[in-house]
Design a protein around this ligand. Sequence first.
Ligand code: HEM
Length: 126
Amino acid sequence: MKDIENQEDLQLLLDQFYTKLLADPAISYIFTDVVKIKIEEHLPILVTFWSQAVLGTGGYSGNLAQIHLDIDQKEHLTPELFNIWLGYFDATVNELFKGEKAEKIKTQALSIATVMQIKIANNRKG
Ligand code: HEM
């Protein structure tokens, strides 16, 4: 099994990750009802984000924390939802890739998810 090396690899990873997310009614409603994402517009943004995070390319200029705080205002992003999200993310990485970058992307996802949940909890207190 190869490691994550380029944007094509990330495209494959994210495509298969979203197939899993969207097939599970326990989380898919966030992407179909709460925020109606257009997958063909959403995937390139995800590729850019993860390419910046693990391949060291630039190009992502969104505000990831605020975007998820806004979603949480519409529908609570619970710890259960984060667990489902992380479970599919790790599973997809493990199915497709093995190596340093594959480990790095899973660690990054966990650490971003942790920070996101702290920000969500703080925001809800305010
Ligand atoms: C409960 C877990 C999560 C749910 C339900 C969720 C849901 C969503 C939704 C609905 C969007 C589209 C927002 C929009 O276009 O307005 C989005 C965007 C995004 N999410 Fe998440 N998300 C979750 C966790 C995460 C985590 C942990 C990460 C990264 C580690 C992440 C990375 C992204 C990225 C990169 C975007 C694109 C941001 C942009 O458009 O600039 N998400 N998410």
